[in-house]
Design a protein around this ligand. Structure first.
Ligand SMILES: NC(=O)c1ccc[n+]([C@@H]2O[C@H](COP(=O)([O-])OP(=O)(O)OC[C@H]3O[C@@H](n4cnc5c(N)ncnc54)[C@H](OP(=O)(O)O)[C@@H]3O)[C@@H](O)[C@H]2O)c1
Length: 335
């Protein structure tokens, strides 16, 4: 199987149509396994995955450090995406500190380049919006980094349509990275149409609903370890979790009829939004297991019928609980 490639934004880069989210290899989702993660990276590359997603916030730099040997060994084959803006105070893991000011960005990019041990970052995202800094000022500094050869392309995560338009007027934005899945469709109202109009690609994160859409866990309170980030997310806990697990019935029915897994149907749905909305869509499912990366990549070969899309369409509106405890930090909370 050869994976289709697609351009992120009008100026590239060209990437395999499914990327790999690397966050869980160091952070957020319970116990990590470095050997299995390294095998997953190797298998992904063999399968045509070229876009690898990390951030300075994932394990306070640990994820970038972990990925560095893989990136350096395959520098010409991989597109390295990392992010700045977010930090998590070690003494309070539920808190988020967000900074978009120029001095912060400058020290963040140098620190990421050092940890990654590369000369240039292929795609540099603003991870979260700091509303105290005009987006034009933030993107102006990011554009300076492009001119200085420290980063190649710019991206924004969880921005509103207006923030995207203002940013794109300063410097071309290659990609918006925001949550998009069968359970999280708020960006379709304004962000996706703006991205299509501007020629910006969408990179959906958490396309498997952080694993919930695969059936791998049904209640974060009981199924996941105490430090797992998903225990902070309202939709995966308490009564919401049981109500939301029941919403997977049509996903399960389609999976059974096609001899596919729930996760593959969930991913096929995200990939198909490229056709539905008319823009490049490169989801970055996260896994630390080689067999799962194979399973996930196979989803790029599934095309859902109109009837199947109709069965899946009502799910998102019925989901109980927000995708974050504090929605001000994502686009839907500011639209
Ligand atoms: N921009 C942002 O604000 C933001 C926010 C969140 C995430 N991200 C990025 O997006 C990437 C993906 O999102 P995500 O990791 O949150 O969620 P996701 O891709 O929706 O789901 C990841 C979870 O699903 C499990 N999984 C993956 N494939 C599976 C399969 N075939 N069967 C069963 N379980 C499977 C993984 O477990 P195993 O690892 O154990 O396989 C992991 O627990 C992250 O790695 C990160 O790079 C960005």
């Amino acid at each position: 199987m050869t994976m289709t490639t697609v351009k992120l934004g009008t100026d590239g880069p060209e990437v395999g149509v499914q990327g790999l989210g690397c966050m869980g290899m160091s952070f957020a989702y319970g116990p990590v396994d470095a050997d299995a993660s390294r095998a997953t990276l190797d298998r992904a590359l063999e399968l045509g995955v070229t876009l690898y997603d990390t951030a300075d916030a994932y394990g306070a730099g640990e994820n970038e450090r972990f990925l560095s040997p893989f990136f350096r060994a395959h520098r010409d084959e991989v597109v390295i995406a990392t992010k700045f803006a977010l930090s998590i105070p070690p003494d309070d893991p539920t808190r988020r500190v967000i900074r978009n000011d120029p001095p912060y960005i400058r020290q963040a990019v140098e620190a990421s380049l050092k940890r990654l041990d590369v000369d240039v970052i292929d795609l540099y995202y603003m991870h979260r919006r700091d509303v105290n800094v005009p987006v034009e000022e933030t993107v102006g500094t990011m554009a300076d980094l492009v001119r200085e050869g420290k980063v190649k392309h710019l991206g924004l995560s969880e921005v509103t349509a207006d923030e995207l338009r203002a940013a794109h007027a300063v410097h071309p934005i290659a990609a918006v990275q925001s949550e998009w899945s069968l359970f999280s469709r708020d960006i379709e109202a304004r962000v996706v149409p703006a991205a299509r109009e501007l020629g910006v690609a969408l990179v959906p994160y958490s396309p498997l609903g952080r694993g919930f859409l695969t059936g791998a866990f049904t209640n974060a309170d009981t199924d996941l370890t105490a430090d797992d980030f998903r225990r902070q997310q309202p939709r995966f806990t308490g009564d919401n979790a049981a109500a939301n697990a029941a919403l997977l019935a049509p996903v399960r029915a389609i999976a059974e009829s096609r001899d596919a897994t729930l996760g593959q149907i969930a991913l096929a749905w995200v990939h198909q939004q490229a056709t539905v909305h008319g823009l490049p869509v490169v989801p970055i499912p996260g896994t630390r297991k080689p067999a799962r990366v194979e399973e996930n990549v196979t989803a790029t070969t599934i095309t859902l019928t109109e009837g199947e899309l109709d069965q899946l369409a009502p799910i998102a509106a019925k989901v109980a609980g927000d995708r974050y405890a504090d929605m001000r930090f994502v686009s839907a909370g500011r639209e």
